[in-house]
Design a protein around this ligand. Structure first.
Ligand SMILES: [Zn+2]
Ligand SMILES: [Zn+2]
Length: 141
């Protein structure tokens, strides 16, 4: 009984399906995300890439984060829809932008990160667990 999610970009050149539930769903207000998301936060779910089926070409643009890791943002080269984020420190999973997912997927962010970089007009849902920067590292498991 694994859940399945599907997504598409605005022009339909890139589609994908994902198996299983995301490890987490977060909102990120870092400056790079604001640029990717037209001024707001990105809203993201972390999916294992193991069960992912990806159709179409994704363009990647990378930068080195403060942590020293390489962070890459994936988008449709034709319509520019933000699709993925990936981090060199996290090999088996990619972040999927919630706007890419279609239908009534029911995934909603539970956490907001990088509030230090959010614009002053940003309205942060008080229901969300909030962090000024990155979340603390997860407990080893
Ligand atoms: Zn597209
Ligand atoms: Zn971010």
């Amino acid at each position: 009984m694994t859940a399945s999610y599907k997504g598409s970009c605005n022009c339909g050149a890139v589609t994908a399906t994902f198996e299983g539930e995301p490890a987490w769903a977060r909102q990120c207000w870092c400056r790079q995300c604001q640029k990717a998301a037209a001024g707001g936060a990105t809203n993201n779910a972390l999916f294992s890439i193991e069960g992912m089926v990806l159709n179409g070409e994704v363009s990647w643009s990378g930068y080195t984060a403060d942590s020293g890791n390489t962070v890459e943002q994936g988008f449709c080269p034709q319509c520019g829809t933000p699709i993925f984020g990936r981090n060199s420190a996290r090999k088996g999973s990619w972040v999927v932008r919630l706007g890419f997912l279609d239908g009534d997927h029911g995934i909603r962010p539970t956490t907001a990160i990088w509030l230090d970089e959010a614009p002053e007009w940003a309205v942060i849902d008080p229901e969300l667990e909030q962090f000024r920067r990155q979340t603390p590292p997860p407990p080893a498991s």
